[in-house]
Design a protein around this ligand. Structure first.
Ligand SMILES: [Fe+2]
Ligand SMILES: [Fe+2]
Length: 372
């Protein structure tokens, strides 16, 4: 890590502390924020979902639906007796900085989970395609459990978010259905990779498990994995989504999802340090797992170890911190600087986009097992 990035991280840190979340209203305000980096709520053109045909992957689809129906996590999202005990024992030991990063992590995770819940529910309500309706019912069920479970942990800090209010007040971003497939598939799979990497790390180092919620991550991320499988089957059943110009869209979405995660995670370095992880190594491990999984559906894969890709990621972290400083400065100069940094970020992203990708043939069998 170079000195500039270390300094920028400190600045980010001050920013997180200056905008502390101390009440439910602050937590809701944080969840309502819409920036390039924050989780968003989505809406789409629902009627297109009526035209999806899953017949080409029927056998794999039916096996997956049977798993959803079996609902092996139906009793998972309940706290055990140890939970409250661990919260009471561990939380007072956190430094104020780590506490804020952890709260930020809970709020952004909850916003993403709830975003999935709303989108899947809205699709279900607005379509008649029986296969997709059934799928959306199951996925909304899972995401609602996930969001509720996170909200309980926020309530321990007296920071519970009013989900009904959030649903009504947060801005919705329109995405064409095909962008929903790419982005949602990726966010489900990267969600799996993030949770399993944390779970495995804390399995090896239980002394670094500073909150009981991490004990839930293994079975939790199997839900996310299965959600991703659903979108993989939808895309493989409609192969035009994976050829021609769409290969460029796939590249774009992989890069956007990876870069967003990288920048966001690097504004919370203490969270990873507390678990004995380093944000950079953690993120590349998550990229590695996600890229392996994505071979089931995407014909192209980013070269995550390419020096230009790695340099670009760090540059985006640095630009994001500079953008934050310009925003804090305010006034005309602050506004001009923010514009300059936005252009720099765009240029860096474009250069990363043109780093050569790896291409491969898609496997005959679509589904893969969550074995990481
Ligand atoms: Fe989820
Ligand atoms: Fe999910």
């Amino acid at each position: 890590m170079n000195a500039t990035i270390a300094n920028d991280r400190n600045t980010d840190h001050v920013d997180l502390l200056m905008n502390k979340v101390e009440s439910s209203a602050d937590a809701t305000a944080r969840a309502l924020v819409n920036t390039v980096l924050s989780p968003r709520f989505y809406t789409t053109r629902f009627k297109d979902f009526d035209e999806i045909n899953v017949e080409p992957v029927r056998a794999e689809w039916d096996a997956m639906m049977a798993e959803y129906e079996g609902d092996n996590n139906h009793d998972h999202f309940q706290r055990d007796a140890r939970f409250a005990q661990e919260v009471n024992q561990l939380m007072p030991q956190l430094t104020p900085e780590l506490r804020q990063e952890f709260i930020d992590f809970l709020i952004s995770s909850l916003t993403s989970e709830f975003s999935g819940c709303i989108l899947y529910n809205e699709i279900r309500k607005n379509i008649s395609n029986p296969d997709i309706r059934q799928l959306m019912t199951y996925m909304a069920r899972d995401e609602s459990r996930h969001a509720g479970f996170l909200n309980q942990s926020l309530k321990d800090f007296n920071l519970g978010i009013d989900l009904g209010g959030l649903k009504r007040s947060k801005k919705y971003t329109f995405f064409k259905p095909k962008y929903i497939y790419y982005a949602t598939y990726l966010s489900e799979k990267i969600g799996y990779a993030r949770y399993i990497t944390i779970f495995r790390q804390l399995e090896r180092h239980p002394d670094k498990r500073f909150h009981p919620i991490f004990r839930w991550f293994e079975r939790w991320c199997n839900d996310e994995f299965r959600h991703g499988e659903s979108f993989a089957l939808i895309m493989r059943a409609n192969p035009h989504l994976l050829t021609g110009v769409n290969r460029l869209w796939i590249r774009f979405f992989i890069l956007a999802v990876y870069a967003t995660m990288y920048v966001r995670d690097h504004s919370r370095p203490l969270l990873h340090e507390a678990m004995g992880l380093h944000s950079t190594e953690y993120d590349y491990e998550v990229f590695r797992i996600t890229s392996q999984i994505c071979r089931q559906v995407f014909p192209v894969e980013l070269d995550i170890d390419h020096p230009a890709m790695r340099a670009g990621m760090d540059r985006l972290v640095e630009i994001s911190a500079a953008h934050q400083r310009a925003k804090a400065r305010g006034g005309l100069i602050g506004a001009l600087l923010q514009g300059v940094h936005a252009v720099r970020a765009f240029g860096t992203f474009a250069r990363m986009f043109f780093v050569p990708v790896k291409s491969h043939e898609l496997p005959e069998q679509v589904r893969v097992a969550p074995v990481w």
